[in-house]
Design a protein around this ligand. Structure first.
Ligand code: CDP
Length: 315
């Protein structure tokens, strides 16, 4: 019989290397956590000085008038001059009205959430941010919650799951129902091919009168945020959605709690193998993202009392 090359370690005893790796990570992590207001304020003010997330994270009719030249953050040579038609798709008003939230939960999609029972705790946050249209029903609710105030959508999902919104669109609109009347944040001006599909998402939601409110990332903000993290020592081609949303949350919220951030194959406490996402095992594109490096920055912020990273179960 042909032999399998390697059997993935499935039990504690077969996971020696990963134990060492995980123990190293855990050395810097303590479940006992207290917010250090001085550190928090310092980090927030560095972020807001360089990125101005409160006013500039998203495109609005107020901050991006007709005639503005948008520079795509993923393709620096590509620009787009805002015309009245595109302008009409921009958010009217301010998505983050002049106040900060008391507590925000930023929910990453890591397999660490499986059987975590963190749903209630996540939903108790005043503002809940999720990434990449994650599934919330079919038994996930208990572990990831259901409340959603802001959810991002990578256009690749729209291409793969909804035929790039070129055909019938009802399925897309129906699948948005689980996100209530949340903001749907799209990186419409990161790469050229993101723009038409993001506009189709906008028109679809408007035409079907969906309560979900589409809004576009401001490419200038994403550019500044990449520079900010580079200045913090993070080397990556593209920031992951999770670190982008965490950064925004640090400007928007006085208490930031992270769930579902754990870019490793084994659970930190049970050492059970984990899938990459709580809902599938699709791997991260390591060519673009450096999630373990990002994670060490998040871990540092946890240790400094800037944000709280949840790794354990919430029972
Ligand atoms: O689109 P992207 O690859 O950035 O994200 P995703 O796989 O949909 O997951 C959302 C976010 O959760 C990521 O951007 C990471 O920050 C975080 N994540 C993690 O920390 N550990 C994992 N195993 C998977 C995701």
């Amino acid at each position: 019989l042909p032999q399998k090359k390697t059997a993935p370690p499935t039990s504690k005893s077969s996971c020696k290397d990963c134990r060492e790796k995980i123990n190293k990570v855990l050395e810097q992590y303590s479940e006992d956590w207290k917010k250090q207001d001085e550190h928090f304020q310092k980090f927030r003010s560095q972020l807001s000085t360089k990125c101005h997330g409160l006013e500039k994270a998203t495109i609005t009719q107020a901050n991006t008038p007709v005639g503005t030249k948008l520079v795509y953050d993923g393709e620096k040579k590509r620009t787009l001059q805002v015309n009245p038609e595109i302008f009409s798709t921009f958010f009217k008003g301010h998505p983050f009205p002049n106040k900060t939230w008391h507590t925000c939960a930023v929910v990453g999609n890591g397999g660490i959430l499986v059987n975590s029972s963190c749903g209630k705790m996540i939903d108790s946050a005043e503002f809940v941010i999720r990434c990449n249209l994650p599934p919330l029903s079919n038994g996930y609710e208990k572990h990831v919650g259901i409340k959603t105030d802001l959810v991002t959508a990578n256009p690749s999902i729209l291409l793969e799951k909804f035929g790039a919104l070129m055909g019938r669109r009802r399925k897309f609109v129906e699948s948005m129902r689980s996100y209530g009347n949340s903001l749907l944040l799209l990186p419409a001006f990161s790469y050229g091919h993101n723009t038409p599909v993001s506009l189709r998402a906008f028109y679809t939601l408007e035409d079907f009168e969906s309560p979900v409110q589409p809004i576009f990332f401001n490419p200038g903000y994403l550019h500044n945020l990449a520079l900010f993290w580079r200045s913090q020592g993070l080397r990556t081609i593209r920031l992951s959605t999770g670190i982008i949303m965490t950064s925004l949350a640090l400007e928007l919220c006085d208490n930031v709690q992270l769930y579902g951030f754990w870019p490793f194959d084994f659970h930190p406490y049970s050492f059970q193998t984990l899938t990459n996402h709580y809902y599938d095992d699709r791997k991260t594109k390591t060519k673009f993202h450096a999630m373990p490096d990002e994670f060490s920055h998040l871990l540092r912020l946890h240790s400094q009392g800037v944000l709280k990273l949840h790794l354990g179960d919430c029972k």
